[in-house]
Ligand binder design. Structure first.
Ligand SMILES: Cc1cc2nc3c(=O)[nH]c(=O)nc-3n(C[C@H](O)[C@H](O)[C@H](O)COP(=O)(O)O)c2cc1C
Length: 247
């Protein structure tokens, strides 16, 4: 049984080309307020959003993100940071210990940040905007920190390009629901493999059609390649430098 919200959610696709039309301030404010209405673990609200509408800063961020042109071209670029800085100030205000060095806190902040980001994207889409999240800002978090003046206990997690869509990309097929959703018990390995084989066919077909045959591999092969090398190993040091002293 469909409704408008479900239609919006199920028509998601990342948008990487935008028209020149600016985002009205009132709409941007609604997007940001909607982000803040995401639920938050223990209500810590461990995130901040940096609104970047300065063309020079967007340009530099687009380079930092691995020359992703849409970061410079979008109307507004939002940087979502995991943020325990405000919480450190709350501890200071009450002169209490600030025990932040737990993996739990990193998960809490990461989840809070992602929930706020997705709320923002959905709110934006409800106004006819489109966007794409950008993990590329983690390529050089030091540079992002310097550029945006991020204090201790903050970690840039993802960016988000927003603008009015100037493209209508196909939707990317998802993993068959049968092997993502489990009822009461996790599925046996054979079932998962079956689903993966089916998905390899579906996704390979999608990439072949989308690229006129230039790209053949489906999702399982792409992911196997993706995970065959460590990624962004510098993050561990950056996170430590930001004040999270994990072992
Ligand atoms: C946290 C996060 C980071 C992402 N980073 C990038 C990125 O740096 N560049 C990019 O083009 N897309 C990025 N994406 C978009 C994904 O590639 C995209 O969501 C995925 O391929 C599925 O496609 P769809 O969103 O069109 O359904 C990111 C998505 C997420 C959730």
């Amino acid at each position: 049984m469909r409704n408008n919200t479900v239609d919006l959610l199920q028509s998601h696709r990342s948008i990487r080309r935008y028209t020149d039309k600016p985002i009205p301030k009132v709409i941007l404010e609604e997007i940001l307020t909607s982000a803040q209405w995401a639920p938050s673990s223990h209500h810590v609200q461990a995130y901040s959003i940096i609104v970047v509408d300065d063309q020079e800063i967007k340009k530099i961020l687009s380079e930092v993100a691995g020359s992703q042109r849409y970061v410079a071209e979008c109307q507004v670029f939002l940087v979502f940071c995991a943020d325990f800085y405000r919480l450190s100030l709350a501890s200071e205000m009450w002169d209490t210990e600030f025990e932040v060095d737990e993996v739990e806190n990193l998960l809490v902040a990461g989840v809070d940040t992602a929930l706020a980001a997705e709320n923002a994207l959905i709110a934006a889409r409800s106004y006819g905007l489109g966007g794409v999240m950008i993990g590329g800002i983690r390529n050089n978090p030091e540079r992002v920190k310097e550029l945006l003046g991020l204090p201790n206990y903050t970690i840039p997690i993802m960016g988000m390009c927003l603008g009015y869509p100037n493209q209508e990309p196909w939707q990317k097929p998802r993993t068959p629901k049968e092997v993502v959703v489990h009822y009461n018990q996790y599925l046996p390995k054979e079932k998962i493999i079956e689903g993966l084989e089916l998905y390899e066919e579906i996704s390979s077909d999608y990439y072949k059609r989308r690229t006129n045959g230039a790209r053949q591999e489906g999702w399982t092969k792409q992911m196997a390649q993706y995970l065959s090398n460590p990624r962004r190993v510098h993050l561990k040091d950056f996170i430590k430098k930001q004040g999270f002293n994990f072992e």
